[in-house]
Design a protein. Structure first.
Length: 506
């Protein structure tokens, strides 16, 4: 206990440094704004500001990106409640009961309780992060190359099978990402691979160009045809209108506690995160509550899922920081920041960089407090922000994306990569492929190759080395089970579809 308190004090000292406080505020403020705007989301927000991280210290960079990450979750519920259009995917559940509350004139109450539930869930998630991360990192120090390879395979398979969409399409995107990660110089021989004679690709495809193209340009273009405008809708956003009744407060505490527990668990699992956590929380409250008001403005349907997705946002950092295994594309980008700054991700971050690790963790407390203070009095600002014409907003965002890549590399090749990745991202969305597994494969692909080849070198080419330890066997066995489970789900879905078609013909 004393060691955790010492680490917390060290982290608080780092988090309260003026530079880190400034970047924490920038992150949570911009994250909230971009979360409020429908169709933008955390990936676009982080992609826009990713180039800035080249020019600031690693702690400040991670603090800012972390603030954007959980700040968008706070803001994403605002448009879901007011417009029935979620600002972020994990805020989609807020539409189910938040929007009906707004239709009944309780928009202020829904927004207020959303902020309270988000803060509560974030607090529980941070406590889980502080309690479990050092233990996981200590165990991970015993890992060798075979164990790391097995872990990475498990992370990629989990992201492909547990996440929404077809398992086969998810695995296909992972493989495409791995192939893109192989562009550049060979890790052991330095031989140029898949560069087509372009020296600008010697160090590989830029993760900035990839992220901005796949998740920035394609998401903005896709969103242009799907977003709505606030129009002339008026809401009572006075402080008095925001106050919940005593019965609503009493009905909210247990859903927030249960949602925080659910979110903390699912957030730490690769490929799940806030979206699945919020839906699981809503399903649990609907089963426990047994009330007909769900879907018609039940406060439990707002507070439970909101606490779940914010808790998941915090615990998503556990596998990323302690194992170097990103569980989502956003975490993969944050992992890329560590790599860019010369910090090898994994358990040694906790040991060798305690100021960075604990400074980031304690900055989450600071950021969540900032968000609590920002969101309640600034609800009126977010509502007005929704009225900005999208035909002005989206061209500006596209311009900043191109400028970000150009000013970072001063290289036309990476701008072409950005545009090609944007077009590719739009096409795969149109064809029903998930873009998220691609960036996981892109980040983990080179690391997987390195550990794969190192294991074979150390074992003189013996493939049995990948099953030589219990951890490696468990990871690869779990990966095989997940593939079988995904195939079973695909088979049952196909069977159900065929039965439906047969019934329709009859």
């Amino acid at each position: 206990m004393g060691g955790m308190l010492d680490n917390a004090m060290l982290g608080l000292e780092v988090a309260l440094q003026p530079e880190n406080l400034l970047f924490c505020f920038i992150g949570v403020f911009l994250g909230t704004i971009l979360g409020v705007i429908p169709g933008i989301g955390v990936l676009v927000a982080i992609s826009l500001l990713f180039p800035i991280t080249f020019h600031i210290e690693p702690v400040a960079a991670l603090v800012m990106l972390g603030g954007i990450y959980y700040g968008t979750t706070y803001g994403g519920s605002t448009s879901a409640i007011l417009l029935n259009v979620p600002g972020t995917p994990s805020s989609a559940v807020a539409c189910l009961d938040g929007y009906p509350m707004a239709q009944k004139g309780r928009a202020g109450t829904a927004l207020f309780m959303t902020t309270v539930a988000s803060f509560f869930g974030g607090t529980v998630g941070i406590l889980a992060l502080m309690g479990f991360s050092p233990m996981i990192a200590a165990s991970a120090l015993k890992f060798g190359s075979a164990e790391y390879f097995g872990l990475m395979v498990l992370g990629l398979i989990a992201a492909s099978t547990i996440a929404s969409g077809s398992m086969l399409k998810g695995i296909a995107m992972v493989l495409v990402g791995i192939l893109m990660g192989l562009v550049g110089s060979d890790v052991y021989t330095g031989t140029m691979r898949f560069t087509f004679g372009q020296m600008a690709l010697y160090e590989g495809i830029s993760i900035i160009a990839l992220a901005m193209g796949i998740f920035g340009i394609s998401e903005v273009v896709t969103s242009i045809r799907s977003v709505k405008r606030a129009g002339s809708v008026r809401y009572d956003i006075s402080f008095r209108a925001m106050m919940p009744t005593r019965s609503e407060m009493r009905a909210s505490w247990m859903p927030m506690i249960r949602g925080s527990m659910i979110g903390s668990f699912f957030g730490a699992l690769p490929g799940t995160g806030g979206l699945i956590a919020s839906y699981m929380s809503y399903a649990a409250e609907k089963r426990i509550g047994k009330t007909e008001t769900f879907g018609k403005g039940a406060i439990q349907g707002v507070t439970g899922p909101e606490s779940a997705n914010n808790a998941a946002d915090q615990t998503a950092f556990i596998p990323t920081l302690t194992l170097g295994i990103p569980g989502s594309p956003t975490m993969a980008i944050i992992l890329g920041v560590l790599i860019i700054h010369g910090i090898e991700p994994g358990p040694m971050v906790v040991v060798n960089q305690p100021d960075l690790f604990w400074g980031l963790v304690m900055s989450f407390w600071v950021g969540n407090l900032m968000l609590l203070v920002l969101n309640i009095p600034m609800v009126g600002v977010w509502v007005r922000l929704l009225r900005i014409p999208f035909h002005l907003m989206y061209p500006a965002i596209l311009m900043f994306i191109v400028m970000g890549v150009l000013t970072t590399y001063n290289n036309a090749i990476q701008v072409w990569v950005l545009l090609i990745m944007g077009a590719f991202g739009y096409v795969i969305r149109y064809l029903g492929f998930q873009a998220a597994p691609l960036i996981l494969g892109f980040v983990l692909g080179p690391l997987m190759e390195e550990h794969f080849r190192r294991t074979l070198l150390l074992s003189s080419g013996d493939f049995g080395a990948f099953l030589s330890t219990g951890i490696a066997r468990v990871c690869l066995g779990a990966s095989a089970l997940l593939v079988l489970y995904g195939l079973y789900l695909s088979w049952t879905d196909r069977k159900r579809l065929a039965a439906g078609k047969a019934a329709a013909r009859d």
